[in-house]
Design a protein around this ligand. Structure first.
Ligand code: 3EB
Length: 317
C-alpha cells in the first residue's frame, strides 16, 4: 500500500499550521515531547551548528488523533503512527529496554506493529555504565526488549543513535500497518552481525528503509558513518570520513533501486562544529543538486568517528 507520508525541513518559527497528522523534530528547543493538536513535537536536545534553524517534518495527509499511554506519546493516523518516549537515561540499559517495550507494546496494540524509522538520542554516549560504554548499554537494553517482544533484528528499520548534551533518553519512531523494505549496504557488515568488540549485544537497525508513498518511492537513510565492513575508516580525518560516508550513501541508493529520487534533505551530525565548512564543501562538490541540509552537533557512537549523515530520498515537489 502506498503510504501517505511526506517529509521536509521547514524554517523554524511561526509557520502556517500544517494540515494532517505530523511529527515535528526541533533543535535548539528545551528537551521534551509534547502533543500539539495534530502534531507530535519532539525536541531531543539537538543543537544546531550553523544557526540554520529548521524543523524536520514528517506528515501524513488526513486527521490524526493524539493520545498518551504511560510514557508514550502517540499521534495516530489511518495509515501511520508516530510515537515518542522520553525519560531519564540513567541507568541506560534498563531505560532503553523499557522504552522499546513501551513503544512496541503501544504500536502493536494500535495495529501498527512495523516500525519504518527509529531515532535514539541520549547523553554521555561514551560515558561508563558498569564497565561498558553507554552506547553498549543502550545496545544491550534494546536487544533485551527485542528479544522479549520476539522482534527479529533483521526486521528492524533504519535508525539513528546519537549522543547529545541534553539529559534523558529519547526514542521515537514512525510505524506502519505493513512491513517496509529494509535495505542493507554491500559495503558494510549488517549492524546485527558486527563482531562483539563493538558491543556484547549487537546494534539492531537496517542501513535504510524503502517505502512506497503517494508521491513515489522514498528511501529513509540511517545515520551513516565512515565504516567499511565493520571497521571505522580514516580515523582523525574528517574530510576522508565524509567522502567515505558519501560513498556509503551512494551504494545504498544504488542498492535500493534506480527509481529513487536524490536525497531531499540530509542531517549532518558533527562531533566538532568547526568541521562544518570542510564538510559543507565536500557535500557541495558531491551533489549535482545539493539537498536541504541540517547541521547539528552530535556524538557518533564510536569515539573515532567525527561525522555521521542521515536523511531521506524523496520527491520534493
Ligand atoms: C554504525 O553504522 C554507526 O545503534 O541504532 C548508526 C545508526 C549507528 C544507528 C543504532 C548506530 C545506530 O554502526 C552507528
Amino acid at each position: 500500500m502506498a503510504l501517505p507520508l511526506r517529509t521536509r525541513l521547514l524554517p523554524e518559527g511561526p509557520f502556517e499550521a500544517t494540515p494532517g497528522a505530523c511529527l515535528h523534530v526541533r533543535a535548539d528547543a528545551p528537551p521534551g515531547v509534547e502533543l500539539n493538536g495534530h502534531c507530535l513535537v519532539v525536541s531531543p536536545g539537538l543543537q544546531t551548528v550553523a544557526g540554520d534553524r529548521v524543523v524536520e517534518e514528517w506528515r501524513a495527509d488526513g486527521p490524526g488523533l493524539a493520545t498518551r499511554e504511560g510514557d508514550v506519546h502517540l499521534l495516530e493516523h489511518a495509515d501511520l503512527l508516530f510515537a515518542a518516549w522520553h525519560r531519564p537515561d540513567d541507568p541506560l540499559a534498563d531505560h532503553t529496554q523499557q522504552a522499546y517495550l513501551d513503544l512496541f507494546q503501544a504500536i502493536r496494540a494500535r495495529g501498527f506493529p512495523y516500525p519504518i524509522r527509529i531515532w535514539n538520542y541520549f547523553s554521555r554516549i561514551h560515558g561508563d555504565e558498569c564497565g561498558l560504554e553507554r552506547y553498549q548499554s543502550f545496545c544491550i537494553g534494546r536487544a533485551r526488549a527485542l528479544d522479549e517482544m520476539e522482534m527479529p533484528e533483521h526486521a528492524m528499520p533504519a535508525a539513528t543513535a546519537i549522543g547529545t548534551g541534553a539529559p534523558g533518553l529519547f526514542v521515537y519512531l514512525i510505524a506502519a500497518r505493513e512491513p517496509a523494505h529494509a535495505v542493507e549496504n554491500p559495503r558494510q557488515t549488517s549492524a546485527w552481525r558486527y563482531p562483539e568488540q563493538y558491543s556484547p549485544e549487537s546494534p539492531a537497525f537496517a542501513r535504510a528503509t524503502r517505502i512506497e508513498t503517494g508521491i513515489g518511492p522514498q528511501l529513509l537513510l540511517s545515520g551513516t558513518a565512515s565504516i567499511i565492513g565493520h571497521e571505522s575508516r580514516h580515523i582523525g580525518d574528517c574530510a576522508a570520513q565524509t567522502r567515505e560516508i558519501l560513498a556509503n550513501l551512494d551504494a545504498l541508493h544504488a542498492t535500493a533501486g534506480d527509481d529513487l529520487p536524490p536525497p531531499a534533505w540530509l542531517r549532518v551530525y558533527l562531533r566538532r562544529p568547526e568541521d562544518q565548512p570542510l564538510v559543507a564543501a565536500i557535500l557541495a562538490e558531491h551533489y549535482r543538486q545539493l539537498p536541504a541540509l541540517h547541521w547539528v552537533r552530535g556524538d557518533v557512537c564510536r569515539r573515532e568517528l567525527l561525522v555521521e549523515i542521515e536523511g531521506v530520498h524523496a520527491r520534493t515537489a
